[in-house]
Ligand binder design. Structure first.
Ligand SMILES: C[S@@+](CC[C@H](N)C(=O)[O-])C[C@H]1O[C@@H](n2cnc3c(N)ncnc32)[C@H](O)[C@@H]1O
Length: 345
């Protein structure tokens, strides 16, 4: 006779805790986003301690509203308080306000509140009407660039240094391509870290390319960075590249196999393709983890542009079936994985 262990039903109180934790998380999310947009978090970072009245006075805000915000920021663990005076809790300045930090998470709060993320999804739930980048707002593109920035910070140069043979090749001078370069944050990083290299940025969205052009001009890098507005499915370079990177965009390609073919054709023998992306969980436990839930949120936008984030292993299959060799991968954070491979020599 076989026996099975009966599964234990959770109690209604336990399930209520699950539901109410979502309400609390939403309140904390809105508190952080208000703090970022209003300057309250910046003002707290600039002072050791501040009362709500002092913060309100400094920013020209309503003192009562600021006191409500401060208390909620305390509840959310963003602030500590002592005798009515508030200060940022440990590491919050780095996590929420330092755009140059590899740990920066501030951009996610702003991007999740854009209408492109959930509002448009809900409005089109029946029609399933899709969109493309040229129909998104400048605020959305700026917000996505903010979210992509810590990915570039971790990848260039730290992540690329972990790819065997690549740092030496780049030090010698080469053509490096950021495919789906967006608003150009990665192009500036690549040009700054690899002074012997020519950098090419390719993106299919005209507004993003214009933003990249401005960013590169402001950084004084126009002589070493070339921009191309083209679908990656039609990628064609003037000179073979030693490295093609793709940051948080490979999953979006309308024809991922054709893009992989074009990348292969654009590389010099032995050249590297480095895919830096969200590793979408492939287990039920992973889906219910905090990183899994955040990546699940990103899927709402991805659905609207007709794709979904991919598992990390999907890139192994993709690169193998197109003849790439020397496959490798590593994790930079639970939400950031790097897959790399070479064109056969
Ligand atoms: C999530 S954003 C990332 C941009 C940039 N890599 C970053 O991390 O900030 C995705 C970018 O990929 C571009 N893109 C997506 N699919 C593309 C394709 N098939 N060809 C060219 N660009 C594409 C979009 O226009 C958009 O700028």
């Amino acid at each position: 006779m076989t026996t099975t262990t009966p599964s234990i039903e959770p109690t209604i109180q336990e399930q209520a805790s699950v539901v109410l934790a979502h309400v609390a998380g939403y309140a904390s999310h809105r508190t952080v986003a208000i703090g970022l947009r209003s300057g309250l978090l910046d003002a707290l970072a600039a002072s050791e301690h501040a009362t709500p009245d002092e913060l309100a006075e400094r920013l020209g805000l309503d003192p009562f509203y600021v006191s409500v915000w401060c208390r909620s920021a305390f509840s959310a663990g963003i602030c500590d308080r002592d005798a009515g005076s508030y200060r940022l809790a440990a590491h919050m300045a780095t996590l929420l306000l330092d755009a140059d930090s590899p740990a920066d998470a501030g951009g996610v709060f702003i991007v999740l509140e854009q209408p492109e993320m959930f509002g448009r999804f809900e409005a089109n739930l029946a029609s399933g009407e899709r969109l493309w980048w040229d129909q998104t707002s400048p605020d959305w593109i700026a917000g996505v660039a903010g979210t992509g920035t810590p990915f570039y910070t971790r990848l260039v140069p730290g992540g690329l240094q972990q790819v065997p043979g690549l740092p030496e090749r780049l030090a010698a001078g080469a053509t490096v391509v950021d495919s789906a370069c967006g608003a150009g944050v990665g192009l500036v990083r690549l040009a700054a870290h690899y002074p012997a290299c020519q950098i090419v940025g390719v993106d299919g969205d005209g507004h993003s390319i214009e933003q990249a052009r401005k960013r590169i001009a402001e950084a004084g890098l126009a002589d070493r960075v070339t921009l191309v507005c083209s679908p990656l499915e039609e990628l064609r370079l003037e000179a073979p590249a030693a490295l093609v990177i793709n940051n948080i965009s490979m999953h979006e390609c309308r024809d991922i196999d054709q893009v992989t073919e074009r990348v292969l054709a654009s590389l010099e023998p032995g050249g590297w393709f480095v895919i830096s992306d969200f590793p979408f969980p492939d287990t039920e436990q992973g889906l219910r983890s905090v990183p899994g839930r955040i990546m699940g949120a990103i899927q709402f936008f991805e659905a609207q542009i007709d794709d979904q984030l991919l598992t990390r292993a999907a890139y192994d299959h993709l690169l193998s079936r197109h003849g790439f060799t020397e496959l490798g991968s590593f994790s930079l954070t639970p939400m950031h994985a790097v897959t790399h491979a070479r064109k056969p020599r």
